[in-house]
Design a protein around this ligand. Structure first.
Ligand code: ZN
Length: 243
């Protein structure tokens, strides 16, 4: 599905790949138990769609940022980080998720793009701020926040993501808009709403949000629903600095 950003950017679902069993079929993650050969073919499918080399994130529920230079055009592995950013023309970045929030960003003033993986731990630690800081740091000059656009892909919604009341209160202390209630009346977290809320606090309001819930949509991988499962990708391609 299209990410509705000014550059090539999209989110995959679980269809169109070669993986079998719980990874059927377009799993792009190497750390979930799928065969390496299948993941490699699936990543090729995603790269073909992007039309460029794509660097797949190695997320760790942290706030590390990896800024990728030209040396990544050969497709080598990035360092462990939950935010990837680049200004290299023709380089694609991919975030992986299966309930967590996949966030893509584009800054029209510098041409920089970013891909972020935001779960409840990353959110609490400040990964939204880390992603924004990375993109602002690249620009280095003051500019209007409206030059940065964001897209949030499929993730688990606030009425499905049940957590203990302790977790709910810990996360909502720094992100009050995360606090929600499941459709069955228990404490939950609304991660996408919290991301939108934090971006707004930082002055960014140009945020497109897909409303598909991974837990509810069977065409999407959901860790919460299935346990052993694959990951879908959110991909953004850098077109270089504006001319
Ligand atoms: Zn839901």
């Amino acid at each position: 599905m299209d990410a509705r950003l000014p550059v090539r950017a999209f989110f995959t679902d679980r269809h169109g790949g070669v993986s079998a069993g719980p990874y059927e079929s377009l799993n792009v993650a190497t750390h979930v138990g799928d065969t390496a050969a299948a993941v490699s073919i699936n990543r090729g499918v995603v790269q073909d769609r992007a039309g460029t080399p794509v660097i797949f994130m190695r997320p760790d529920h942290g706030i590390a940022v990896a800024r990728l230079d030209e040396s990544y055009l050969d497709g080598r592995e990035p360092p462990v980080a939950d935010v990837l950013t680049t200004t290299v023309r023709g380089l694609g970045l991919a975030t992986l998720a299966a309930d967590c929030v996949p966030l893509l960003a584009h800054d029209a003033s510098s041409g920089a793009v970013a891909a972020a993986h935001i779960g409840r731990e990353g959110l609490r630690k400040g990964v939204v701020d880390a992603a924004v800081a990375a993109i602002i740091d690249i620009r280095q000059t003051r500019s209007h926040p409206d030059s940065v656009t964001f897209s949030i892909g499929p993730c688990i919604c606030g009425t499905c993501y049940e957590v203990s009341s302790q977790v709910a209160s810990t996360v909502s202390r720094s992100h009050p808009t995360a606090l929600a209630t499941t459709s069955w009346g228990t404490p939950s977290l609304d991660l996408p709403r919290a991301v939108v809320g934090r971006l707004a606090e930082l002055g960014f309001t140009r945020v497109f949000r897909h409303r598909f819930c991974t837990f509810e949509e069977l065409r999407l991988f959901s860790y919460r629903r299935e346990g052993t499962t694959g990951r879908q990708a959110g991909v953004i391609v850098c077109e270089g600095p504006p001319s």
